[in-house]
Write a protein that binds this ligand. Structure first.
Ligand SMILES: *[C@@H]1O[C@H](CO)[C@@H](O)[C@H](O)[C@H]1NC(C)=O
Ligand SMILES: *[C@@H]1O[C@H](CO)[C@@H](O)[C@H](O)[C@H]1NC(C)=O
Ligand SMILES: *[C@@H]1O[C@H](CO)[C@@H](O)[C@H](O)[C@H]1NC(C)=O
Length: 772
């Protein structure tokens, strides 16, 4: 009998010791650069194991701790390590960096729309867009890899009817798994793979109740992105309730899609953390996509905080993609409107912000006192009706909220007795708020837009709901406070097309300056990302919550997740019409031809209605058919990027390249031949940087420069005239920026310079500050 307590204690101690051991192990990526020489997969894996063996007690332990061994374009592996083992490895020969594999998040705010991809339909250039599509064969010879949550292959958007044979260069494959086999790939979906070892190392085996262990999409996000890039033209597509009805189409409707599923549902994760896309899974996807032969990669995810390149799976993967001349397009993030929130900021990716299109779904509310307020809704109900109106803070269960968080319609705080059958006003409204109202028996919801300004994110809620602009919240608040018999009338949804002004920047779109390297201007461009209709997974409901059992084929979503694939499609078309262009040339063409004005001929604005600056909209809104004929491009070789890295972080991502010893040969990061100019710090109040343009227009041409100086600075460009006599000819010019004394310290000034031959306008934004 005496033994029992002892035994119990012992096993408890053992358990504690084991869990402590596990707690010390995390998944790390050990990044080794590139494979040198020809090695077989077995040899590569042996090298990786020998690194591990040097920090593990046995060969067996080394073999058991390895998760991925990257064998194609990228050299490295991921493994379970303690922080001490990670430290030892990071000091070893040949190791470039060792970093924790952490999850990126999808860059969506879970709402949605249709896409009128090319040149947005506000400037009668749709015809030109069609011309570009024809020239590009609608993208049929190009393959775009979509790294995301997988795909719903049965969607009509992915039909391969009448598509020609798969291009012969394609080496990808169709990986089988849960409810997905090779029959789900076709001439449209030419590849589908999935990567979950990194996820499972953190969360254990994928739970079939929450996700498919296969390329099949349970979340909808990947299906949405893929259909924006390359969905077929599907007439009469609409969101639930018939809202937004029209022809859905991807930007490159015949492009080939290759799906790489790296994001997995996290059971019990909050909305923001409903999916995780781990670095080591991402790197495995990049490694395969490069070997499979994709020409463009679309990546709608990222971290909320930008990390140094050598610690960022997307940046590392994208660099190797760039080396094979693959264009990598990434979302800027939805962490705006604050400054320095932009993510995916490497100069070898195209970073895309989000802006509005020219359509809203209007559903004004009329208060019982006769005051009418603008409202927007895509909630599929005949919302017409008059309801008693209560403010959430007045109908809460006593003690369930504080003065800080009352009125927000937090789940479980609303009193069913006081809410039943009524319309509830929530100060900041989105999915969970309307669910809380419905749960408490409310009949309808009036939601205050959580963002200031013009952008309203539409969602297909489950009870009649409409969202009012934030500057009208006080009006409703005053009304419910002064009238105990307040009522509200919701009006039916009316689709308004050709709204003005548009585009304006979405309130959530992430902004510059670039946190990792302030001498590179990010975001690069903006594209439609507010209420975009595209295909959806039938395993995902419109709201992605268990309470929502509705099944839809198309749905609205907002976020830079939806603007990124627009640019991926444009890049695919440019790749088709200019097969010999570098990925830098394609990026340059999209940046220098972007549009700065809205459909009223005025500056694109931010959500507050003020002219947007390059930290908000980058160079402006993409215009793919102009980008197909940009006149001049700012090209860059792989070596140029490595020299940039020498100047920027001093940390070489590619050990096969030695940084020059002489500082003189390592120009500052501002010198990198980027199509925009950012200077974080004018040394001695003056800085001279160089740029080189390549003629891709008519052989004989003369370009002159026009400068718009940032307030407080002078900008001189020399020479001010460039004469070309051949296609492919390069010309160099210098830009001298001087603090004219009128600039404020640490305040950015914005301007631009434009090279023009009378036909082409090659425009580069400038952002400059003087930190000292
Ligand atoms: C696509 O490739 C096929 C086969 O190589 C070729 O005949 C066709 O012209 C190409 N189309 C475009 C638009 O490049
Ligand atoms: C794939 O699965 C479907 C449905 O279970 C089945 O009908 C089909 O034969 C399978 N195809 C292959 C190639 O296994
Ligand atoms: C709301 O009421 C406050 C206090 O009476 C008043 O100052 C404010 O102007 C009112 N605002 C609106 C929009 O009615």
């Amino acid at each position: 009998m005496h033994n029992q307590p002892t035994l119990f204690l012992f096993s408890l101690l053992l358990l504690l010791r084991i869990s402590a051991l596990f707690a010390q192990h995390q998944v790390y990526v050990v990044y080794l650069g590139e494979h040198s020489g020809l090695k077989t997969p077995e040899e590569i894996e042996n090298v990786h194991r020998s690194y591990l063996h040097s920090v593990k007690s046995s060969r067996e332990e080394a073999a058991a701790s390895i998760i991925y061994s990257y064998k194609n374009a990228i050299n490295g592996f991921s493994a379970f390590l303690t922080s001490q083992q990670a430290d030892v490895l990071s000091a070893m020969d040949g190791v470039i960096s060792v970093f924790r594999s952490q999850p990126s998040r999808l860059h969506t705010t879970r709402s949605w729309d249709f896409i009128s991809l090319l040149e947005a339909n506000w400037d009668a250039s749709m015809a030109k867009g069609e011309e570009l599509l024809k020239k590009a064969g609608y993208g049929q010879n190009v393959t775009v890899g979509v790294i995301d949550t997988g795909i719903w292959p049965e969607s009509e958007s992915f039909s391969d009817t009448d598509m020609g044979p798969i291009p012969s260069y394609w080496k990808g494959s169709c990986q089988s798994g849960d409810q997905f086999n090779s029959s789900n790939c076709n001439r449209k979906i030419v590849g589908a793979r999935y990567y979950l070892k990194g996820y499972e190392a953190n969360y254990g085996p994928v739970d079939p109740k929450f996700d498919f262990r296969s390329p099949r999409d349970v979340a909808g996000h990947g299906t949405h992105a893929a259909s924006i890039v390359g969905g077929r033209r599907v007439p009469d597509a609409a969101a639930i309730g018939g809202i937004g009805s029209g022809t859905a189409s991807g930007g490159a409707p015949l492009v080939r899609l290759a799906v790489y599923k790296v994001c997995w549902a996290i059971p019990g994760g909050s909305m923001e953390e409903a999916n995780g896309c781990f670095d080591d899974d991402l790197l495995a996807a990049f490694d395969d996509a490069i070997a499979d032969g994709v020409q463009v990669l679309s990546v709608s995810m990222g971290r909320s905080i930008s990390l140094p390149y050598e610690m960022d799976g997307i940046a590392i993967g994208a660099l190797y993609a760039l080396k094979r001349n693959i264009v990598v397009v990434c979302s800027a993030g939805n962490y705006g409107p604050g400054l320095s929130t932009v993510t995916n900021v490497a100069p070898w990716v195209i970073t895309v912000g989000a802006s509005s299109i020219d359509r809203v779904f209007s559903s004004p509310v009329v208060l019982g006192n006769g005051v009418a307020l603008e409202g927007q809704s895509i909630t599929p109900f005949d919302v017409a009706g008059t309801y008693p109106l209560v403010y959430a803070a007045d109908v809460e269960i006593p003690g369930s909220t504080t003065s800080e968080n009352n009125g927000l319609c937090i789940s479980g705080t609303l009193s069913p007795d006081l809410v039943s059958g009524k319309a509830v006003f929530c100060r900041n409204g989105a999915t969970f708020e309307t669910l809380a109202v419905a749960q408490a028996g409310g009949a309808a919801a009036v939601l205050g837009n959580p963002y200031e300004g013009m952008g309203v994110i539409g969602r297909s809620y489950m009870i009649p709901s409409t969202t009012i602009l934030s500057n009208e919240i006080q009006t409703v608040y005053n009304y419910t406070g002064s009238d105990k018999a307040a009522t509200v009338t919701l009006t039916p949804i009316e689709t308004i097309s050709d709204t003005k002004p548009t585009p304006f920047m979405a309130p959530f779109t992430s902004r510059g300056p670039n946190h990792v390297e302030p001498n590179i201007l990010k975001p690069d461009v903006t594209a439609p990302g507010l209420n975009i209709l595209a295909a959806w997974s039938e395993a995902a409901s419109p709201l992605n919550v268990p309470a929502d059992k509705r099944v839809v084929k198309y749905q609205f979503l907002s976020g830079t997740s939806t603007s990124c694939p627009h640019v991926s499609a444009a890049a695919a078309l440019l790749r088709a019409v200019h097969p010999n262009w570098s990925s830098a040339a394609i990026r340059s063409a999209l940046i220098t031809t972007a549009k700065l004005t809205n459909n009223q001929g005025e500056s694109i604005t931010n959500e507050q209605g003020n002219p947007s600056n390059p930290f908000e909209s980058g160079a402006g809104h993409i215009q793919p058919s102009l980008a197909a004929d940009p006149g001049l491009v700012y090209d860059a070789s792989y070596r140029d990027y490595l020299l940039f890295l020498c100047a920027s972080s001093g940390n070489r991502l590619d050990p096969s390249f030695d940084c020059p010893d002489d500082d003189y040969d390592v120009p500052s990061a501002s010198h990198f031949n980027y199509p925009s100019l950012a200077i974080y710090d004018l040394e001695d109040g003056r800085m001279k940087v160089a740029r080189v343009v390549t003629n891709v227009g008519p052989a004989r041409s003369t370009y002159t420069v026009t400068i718009s100086e940032p307030p407080g600075y002078t900008v001189e460009i020399s020479p001010a005239v460039l004469r070309f006599s051949a296609v492919g000819e390069k010309q160099r010019f210098n830009i001298t920026v001087t603090d004219g004394g009128g600039a404020f310290e640490n305040v950015y000034g914005f301007g631009s310079f434009v090279w023009s031959d009378g036909i082409h306008q090659v425009r580069s934004p400038i952002a400059v500050t003087n930190s000292d």
